[in-house]
Design a protein around this ligand. Structure first.
Ligand SMILES: Nc1ncnc2c1ncn2[C@@H]1O[C@H](COP(=O)(O)OP(=O)(O)OP(=O)(O)O)[C@@H](O)[C@H]1O
Ligand SMILES: [Mg+2]
Length: 566
């Protein structure tokens, strides 16, 4: 139904018999109301569809058959429309005695009966009243449309706000879960570093005493079962030392010596080692980037991380498969898991395999220390912890892609280095002049058992040893006229720690070489101290010897053997 708006209001007239149509049209024309005369009901229906505002019909113009078509049109009106009809009834017939008129009421709904003959004024006023009602219908329809449009607009606004809110909630939940995971890893890290520290002290005592026992048994010419048992103990303690080392890496308290390193060169260096590690059933491919991939990274930990990933890949491909190790430079967006690094540029090293992959549950726990799916004795669950701890401590991160039955790709991201790479380190040969039997070392350690073991090592190496159980006692020695050629001190001591003691010792004897012994230490505490000046617990005698000789050889000539307080 087309809707008409003022001023072109139009009346339709259907009065096929006699002069009624002409008279009605003339009256309406004089009243300035546009009128259109229809010859038949079909014609009227067509005009209604074109558009009209009121219809005037004579009662005899609507036969039973026509009435049905008319009812259909009336019923098809939209809800806002109640089209007005005026029916001109026959002269003399009251409505209550006119069955046709009554049936037309049922058909038209909004109908006014006007008895013929009518006065022109009556017709005009009835038509105007009908038109006025019709205008109201148009107006309420327009208001309704407007309201609906506003409701629609508001609904869309609300839906958009709701979508925005949902995505903010999702983002918040994601950030919260990342934060929870990071806090958990941090708490585990703190715990493990504490455990590692105590273990390193215990292992120093164990390994030291095992060594001394072995030595005296050999001196006495005894061997056999006892020596074998001691050797088993030493191996177990050494394994404990390796585990402790991995724990320290996970807790990101490993001492790293990051240097500009060409990852492509590292790959070619470890290729042979990797091949011999993975066996013949697995093919290995190395894809080095055409660009140079220089990262600031610790060589030893990097090689260990690659080896851990490669061993995991090998274990995931029990029936063979292929392994690919590749390098490239990448720019990353914001992280989507706590293991990934912040957005930025990184050098990537990726180890991918065609193995059995990880389930969602395994993936979620893979980086936790001691999480392993391997049989007892086959895995300690520290490989990926080392990889993650090392990557994070280096200023990068890790990303894992894995699906059950579809293989795994683990990427390590490392911070790029400015400038050229330094040459790859070979095992250090720090051998310098042999120790002088007069060389005096002041050894400071609060743990009596550890100190005793360290002192024995030093004496074995041919040094004279002065011992102090605290920073205060050491300062007293340094304040005296005693000869001290080198200060070897434990880093983590109650009261005055190693760093503080070293500062104060240098205040008294500025040229005195200092070496630190440590089971662990906060990375920040070691800033500015070279790896050359750090001896790791449990103490390895060769490392201790080499570092002592290097430190003594590097001391300024004039201070050698100078025991006088500065
Ligand atoms: N490439 C891989 N494919 C499938 N699963 C893997 C892969 N790498 C790690 N995983 C899963 O993650 C677990 C933890 O790995 P992680 O290297 O930390 O410990 P591990 O290999 O079990 O023991 P460890 O490395 O200390 O000898 C593994 O036990 C294994 O279930
Ligand atoms: Mg592993």
């Amino acid at each position: 139904m087309s809707r008409r708006t003022a001023p072109a209001e139009r009346a339709l007239i259907l009065a096929p018999h006699g002069r009624d149509a002409r008279i009605a049209a003339q009256i309406l024309l004089e009243a300035r109301i546009e009128a259109h005369t229809c010859s038949k009901l079909g014609n009227l229906l067509d005009q209604l569809k074109v558009g009209a505002d009121i219809a005037i019909l004579t009662e005899e113009a609507v036969s039973d058959i026509d009435a049905r078509a008319l009812r259909e049109w009336v019923d098809s009106q939209p809800p806002w429309s109640d089209f007005p009809f005026i029916v001109l009834t026959r002269h003399g017939g009251g409505l209550e005695r006119n069955p046709t008129a009554i049936s037309l009421t049922g058909i038209f709904g909004n109908v006014t009966f006007l008895e013929r003959p009518f006065h022109p004024t009556t017709l005009v006023s009835v038509v105007r009243t009908g038109l006025r009602g019709r205008r109201r219908q148009y107006e309420s329809c327009r208001l309704n449309d407007e309201l609906e449009a506003r409701v629609q607009e508001r609904t869309e606004e609300l839906a958009a706000a709701n979508r925005e809110l949902l995505s903010q909630i999702e983002e918040r939940e994601r950030v919260e879960s990342t934060l929870r995971q990071m806090q958990r890893l941090e708490a585990v890290g703190q715990l493990t570093s504490g455990v590692a520290h105590d273990f390193n002290n215990l292992l120093t005592v164990l390994l030291g005493n095992i060594r001394f026992l072995e030595r005296s048994l050999i001196d006495k010419g005894l061997d056999g079962k006892v020596v074998q048992r001691l050797s088993n103990m030493r191996e177990a303690a050494q394994r404990g030392a390796r585990l402790t080392d991995q724990l320290l890496t996970f807790s990101r308290r490993q001492h790293l010596e990051p240097v500009a390193t060409d990852l492509n060169a590292v790959l070619s260096k470890v290729e042979d080692l990797l091949q011999s590690t993975i066996g013949r059933k697995i093919t290995i491919e190395t894809l080095v980037s055409a660009d140079s991939c220089i990262a600031m990274v610790d060589h030893t930990q990097l090689q260990l991380a690659i080896l851990n990933l490669v061993i995991n890949a090998r274990d995931a491909m029990g029936n063979g498969g292929s392994l690919c190790v590749s390098t490239c430079n990448v720019a990353l967006g914001p992280p989507s898991s706590p293991e990934e690094p912040p957005a930025g540029k990184y050098v990537e090293i990726c180890v991918s395999d065609t193995g059995h992959g990880m389930s969602k549950e395994v993936r979620a726990k893979a980086f936790e220390p001691f999480f392993t799916t391997k049989d007892v004795g086959k895995g300690s669950g520290l490989g990926l912890s080392q990889v993650l701890g090392f990557a994070k401590q280096s200023g990068g991160g890790v990303c894992v892609q894995s699906a059950e039955g579809r293989g795994t790709a683990i990427r390590i991201y490392l911070p790029p280095a400015e400038g050229a790479a330094t040459a790859l380190q070979n095992e250090s040969s720090m051998l310098v002049a042999a120790p002088h039997s007069e060389t005096v070392i002041l050894l400071v350690d609060d743990d009596n058992a550890v100190r005793e073991v360290t002192a024995t090592y030093l004496r074995e190496l041919g040094y004279q040893v002065l011992e102090a159980g605290s920073g205060g006692a050491a300062l007293e020695v340094l304040g005296s006229s005693a000869t001290v050629d080198l200060l070897l001190l434990d880093f983590a001591m109650p009261g005055m720690n190693g760093a503080e003691l070293s500062r104060r010792a240098r205040g008294r004897r500025p040229m005195l070489p200092v070496l630190f012994v440590t089971g662990f230490a906060e990375q920040d505490a070691f800033k500015g101290i070279s790896e050359r000046d750090i001896v790791r617990k449990p103490i390895n005698v060769q490392e201790l010897s080499a570092k002592l000789r290097a430190a003594l050889a590097a001391r300024p000539r004039q201070s050698a053997g100078d025991g006088l307080p500065a």
